[in-house]
Design a protein around this ligand. Sequence first.
Ligand code: HEC
Length: 173
Amino acid sequence: MYSGDSLNSSSSKPSITTFPNWRRLLPFIVLAGVFVFGLSFPISNFFIVRVKLPDQSGNAAFAPVSKILQSSCVDCHSATNDLVAYPFYAKFPIAKDTIARDMLEGQKEFVITKAQISGSELISNIDLAKIATVVEEGSMPPIRYKALHWDASLNREQRQAILNYIHSRNQQN
Ligand code: HEC
């Protein structure tokens, strides 16, 4: 009887039509929230301030290479932590382990010092050969890093600049 009453009373109320209908919009609002949250990761990386080493090689072929190493490679391969630009999510659970593993695994294979980045010291021929390989393969930086660092992928000019410099070094040997 009680339930019948309440049913009656609710059906006799005029239906309220509000616009927008928040109940219907909720899934879209949640999706938009997730989308914006997801985008905040890569977008925040455009605002990271990096320590920049000026080129000291006085070599026009090396100057662009110094810049590329600093914009695309130092986060994982730098011998010193002060060149590493940690993102705001660096301490988040999954990110933390991924970053630590990338730096560890990356530096097992290839380490670059500040002196080499600034050009006051030459990168060894062995390291140059390794760099040429990854640049030709397009395997560096790893895709997972590029997904969150949209300006880290090497474009055609950047790849060419690296290969030109390596070529010029090979000519000297
Ligand atoms: C997100 C971290 C990360 C960034 C950024 C990154 N690397 Fe790596 N790099 C790695 C890891 C991890 C490895 C080892 C495993 C592999 O080869 O994937 C590696 C391996 C290498 C190797 C050794 C490859 C071999 O087989 O001998 C070279 C050389 C290298 N990277 C150069 C670069 C250069 C040049 C850049 C910038 C254009 C760069 N990396 C950017 C993580 C990174």
